[in-house]
Write a protein that binds this ligand. Structure first.
Ligand code: NAD
Length: 264
């Protein structure tokens, strides 16, 4: 079954290090023959991302901050120059001030609300537009979301609201872009220890809770996320658009604390 991405070229945004969800996706796509361009946010992360990208044979690793239109334009101009078109796009970007990923939700400040929404929700909309302009033979896009969009998860707070917006944006983009044979989906990943996740209050408790209460009695890995992204970004997912697909060991179907769960 190798080679599901043979001949396909695209962009992955959101690798910070080898624990990133985007890195799990990159490895799965690379194993199946994809050619991948990467972006990184700022020089410090570049030091980690450039060698990772090179290890997958990528020679296109560009700096991009999604709060800066010129830096986003430059990325897509470079891709147009290099490949002329792309086939896939992965958006694995989110951010909120960590002082507000704990405590009371209603203490969210205007500035942090706006920043969280801009980086975690609006960026997907504006990047999807740019990516679609290069998907002249159709294509597939995936963003990363979390169950805190659908149900209240302690400490997730304003990020839950941003993810709810991101999931709605996925549906609106899917309808708008469907006529160009571009599919747009969201992967709702279970909790995984990453740089971004370390900002969330009591994250270890969330990990334990999911391990004890999910149907599979375990947490998911970035390889699990990579496998599901491969399905959505390759032609295996050809009939799927507008979906929020859970890669969470089944946690989202559970309605009650498991009887056999240990105390945390
Ligand atoms: P991560 O820290 O590895 O990745 C987050 C990425 O966002 C980093 O690469 C960072 O550089 C990028 N980013 C933040 N602000 C940016 C900006 N202004 N411009 C450009 N890039 C910016 O952590 P991760 O957990 O792999 O996060 C990737 C995505 O997965 C996020 O959307 C996150 O919400 C989502 N997600 C994570 C989990 C989890 O438990 N880790 C679960 C579900 C969804």
């Amino acid at each position: 079954h190798k080679g599901l991405m043979a001949g396909k070229k695209g962009l992955i945004m959101g690798v910070a290090n080898n624990h990133s969800l985007a890195w799990g996706i990159a490895q799965a796509l690379h194993e199946h023959g994809a050619e991948i361009a990467f972006t990184y946010q700022g020089e410090a992360l570049g030091k980690r991302v450039i060698p990772l990208a090179e290890s997958l044979g990528s020679d296109t690793v560009l700096e991009c901050d999604v709060t800066n239109d010129a830096s986003m334009d430059a990325v897509f101009a470079a891709l147009k120059e290099k490949w002329g078109k792309i086939d896939f796009f992965v958006h694995a970007i989110g951010f909120s001030d960590k002082t507000q990923l704990r405590g009371n939700f209603s203490d969210t400040t205007r500035d942090n609300f706006n920043m969280t929404m801009e980086i975690s929700c609006f960026s997907f909309i504006t990047l999807a537009k740019r990516a679609a302009d290069l998907m002249t033979d159709g294509g597939s896009m995936v963003t990363l979301t979390y169950y805190g969009a659908e149900r209240v998860i302690p400490h997730y707070n304003v990020m839950g609201v941003a993810k709810a917006g991101l999931e709605a944006a996925t549906r609106y983009l899917a309808v708008e872009m469907g006529k160009r044979n571009i599919r747009v989906n969201a992967l709702s990943a279970g909790p995984i220890k990453t740089l971004a996740a370390s900002g969330i209050g009591d994250f270890r408790y969330i990990l334990k809770w999911n391990e004890y209460h999910s149907p599979l009695k375990r947490n998911v890995t970035i390889d699990d996320v990579g496998g599901s992204a491969l399905y959505l970004l390759s032609d295996l997912g050809a009939g799927v658009s507008g979906e929020t697909h859970h890669v969470d060991a089944g946690y989202h179907v559970v309605g009650m604390k498991a009887e056999d769960a240990p105390d945390i």
